[in-house]
Design a protein around this ligand. Structure first.
Ligand code: PLP
Length: 376
């Protein structure tokens, strides 16, 4: 029996892992002490924060004191970009990013442009890939930072981060990656990736909302974004969200420990979904590169309205996202679909399906078959 609701929008957010909730509860109930205080009520929260920091660091091959807790992926991205730019205020002013970044990066760059910085938005190819050669051409003496996402949230494309970071480092330029869609889903070792900073968000890997972290390699020059108390080694003030930190660490440990099993399951669902779509005989285009986040699809149905498909699926209890949004006057196509040069006739009919480890074969077949019915 198919359950009534099928969630196929894991790139937007994920369900909170029950084990993460269990681990969080004591810190929302009895262990409410402020970790910065000196009496015994602070002992457990303080220990829990240290254990979570160490566990998270281990999951990405970092040291515990290189992990800084933040309130979300957006904060981590803002901190990496603005914190680096302001650290070199008056000295260096070029920032290089890509045209398919999340708005947390793009809008931070727009802000920095208004402050007088010079931002280069690298183009991508039709699969959404940034070219290391293009990056090399864009670097000049004034370049302070390169920020390229690890995996794209709309089309799932995985960028060649190690190669891009190598180019930046050849010219002594710092490298940040927005790994919000990758952490917990793809193997990550910050040393193999050679990144100086990496952003993550708990709710994308079954942790709580309102929680994230920024990895900052030891010795990386970065100004504080939030000044205040001595939390996060004096680099990010604000009383710690102990429950959030603990929940994030439990969720990340679970996803990293089960990554191989989840990936195999998602690749099987991926294969099944495509097989079912092909069987339906309708035309479609699968966007993104072959190297994508497992279980994620951006599919364009020619001459269709993505939003109409979304609403029909919603009526059947299936949650997905589109690559375009209709307002009263026109259909607004996402900056990512524009950057990969997708013709409007395809972009308007783009739907994003992102499956997670809890989706079943039965659910995937149901979604594919229901799409066929809608298209008919
Ligand atoms: N970066 C990417 C690639 C994302 O997909 C998202 C969220 O969708 C963010 C940043 C922002 O993360 P948060 O929702 O935790 O602020």
């Amino acid at each position: 029996m198919i359950k009534h609701f099928i969630y196929a929008d894991h790139a937007a957010t994920t369900m909170l892992l029950p084990e993460a909730l269990e681990a969080m509860l004591p810190f929302l109930r009895t262990e409410y002490g402020n970790a910065s205080t000196l009496y015994s009520l602070a002992r457990k929260p303080k220990k829990a924060i240290a254990a979570a920091r160490a566990a998270i660091a281990k999951c990405i091959g970092a040291e515990p004191d290189e992990i800084f807790f933040t309130s979300c992926g957006t904060e981590s991205d803002n901190w990496a970009l603005k914190g680096t730019a302001f650290r070199f205020l008056g000295q260096k002013k070029r920032i290089i990013t890509s045209s398919i970044e999340h708005h947390a990066v793009l809008h931070s760059c727009a802000f920095l442009e208004r402050m007088g910085y010079d931002v280069v938005y690298l183009p991508v190819d039709e699969k959404g890939l940034v070219s290391p050669a293009d990056l090399e051409k864009a670097i000049n003496e004034a370049t302070v930072l390169v920020s390229i996402m690890m995996a794209n949230n709309e089309i799932g494309t995985i960028e060649p981060i190690a190669e891009l970071a190598e180019v930046a480092h050849k010219y002594g330029v710092l490298f940040h990656t927005d790994a919000v869609q990758a952490v917990g889903h793809l193997p990550i070792n910050v040393n193999h990736l050679c990144v100086d900073m990496l952003s993550a968000s708990a709710h994308k890997f079954n942790g709580p909302k309102g929680m994230g972290f920024l990895y900052v390699r030891k010795g990386t020059p970065l100004l504080n974004l939030l000044d205040g108390g001595a939390q996060e080694n004096g680099h990010r003030g604000g009383t710690e969200n102990v429950a959030g930190i603990v929940g994030m660490s439990e969720a990340l440990k679970f996803n990293v420990e089960n990554m191989q099993k989840h990936t195999e399951h998602l690749l099987n669902l991926q294969h099944l979904f495509i097989k079912e779509l092909d069987r339906s005989g309708f035309d479609y285009v699968l966007n993104g590169s072959e190297e994508r986040i497992p279980g994620s699809f951006s599919i364009s149905f020619p001459n269709r309205e993505g939003e109409a498909i979304l609403h029909r699926l919603d009526l059947m209890g299936v949650a997905v996202t589109t690559g375009s949004a209709c307002n009263s006057k026109e259909t607004v196509i996402s900056h990512v679909l524009k950057a990969i040069d997708l013709p409007d006739t395809l972009a308007k009919g783009t739907v994003r399906f992102t499956f997670g480890f809890e989706n079943t074969e039965e659910e995937v077949k149901y979604v594919a078959n229901y799409i066929a019915k809608i298209l008919k």
